[in-house]
Design a protein. Sequence first.
Length: 378
Amino acid sequence: MNIFEKDYAEGLFERCEPPCLSLYQPTHRHRPDNQRDLIRYRNLVKILEATLLQKYTRRDIQPLLAPFLAQADNREFWNHTFNGLAVLGSKDFFRVYRLQNQVAEMAIVADSFHIKPLRRILQSADRYHILGLSRHGIRLFEGNRDILDEVELTAGMPWTITEVLGEELTEPHHNAAPFGSAGGSHGHGGKESEVDEDAKRYFRQIDRSILEYYSKPSGLPLILASLPEHKFLFHQVSHNPYLLEAGIDIHPDSLPIDDLRLRAWQVMEPLYQARLSTLVEDFHRSRSQGLGHDDLTQVTKAIVDGRVATLLIEADREIPGRVDKKTGLIVFGDLANPEVDDVLDDLSSLTLKMGGKAVIVPTEKMPVDTGIAAIYRY
């Protein structure tokens, strides 16, 4: 399965060769509701086809639609959907993303991909990863306050200790003392000490791989779920700046997934609340110093000028219209018009392109009622 954060960080969505096809739909995790998802998907593909035929021949659009149609035949995929689905395609490009969040149903053909729903998820402040770690292998999860799902690890990468260490693995491994045990470090030496070194070498490689393939692209906090002795060794060797000091002192195999989510949120909630409070305090302080604003027109001009360091956007707020990215002029409109987008989404995208940060904030936590608050660089 494709990883949106990685593709977004690599700028893949900005290199679309038109026409660019974007399909979104809510999906379901369980029967019988998920049995209707494939029917809805096929209907959305028909909308893409009808839109393309207004401008292109059937022969021209066949290669564009082929991967969308092939996805409809992937029974394994449709039996394991989440709460939402995003499918993006163009010439020589096709991506499928299972989403933890529900999204509105839409099928759009345009000169660029419609990625607002994905970007909104990316900018939510309550997301995190859980790394389930043992001496045998790992499990990775992604979640928020409400949902937790296991992540399909990057194919072809070595993830188990046998795959990572290969012939360098001390044998017989299963007869040795547990990683980090007293017997592995004191008094006995020999095989136990070698096994302890195996653990460190294994954990170092896992740390590097998780950082490269998941933590850096997503920027998400990483919660370690493992036995205490494994946690101690992993923290000794880790160079992952996203790894939290607080963790879960039990392996995920020993917990139902909803219990794991509750324990993870006990770790995350204080950090989440503190982050939002800090952003609100920073905004109030900056505004009092003339370095912040909540007026849409003023903030838009500051974004275009590259002066916005952090943009706070109210969750679920939409302002129909378009932004002239050169002048900052806003032309308001109606979202029913396919050529009209959401001003807040445009400003979020522009802030990111200008090197700033954009954060989606729950309505009850927003410091203002205009839907937007900006902290300026200068």
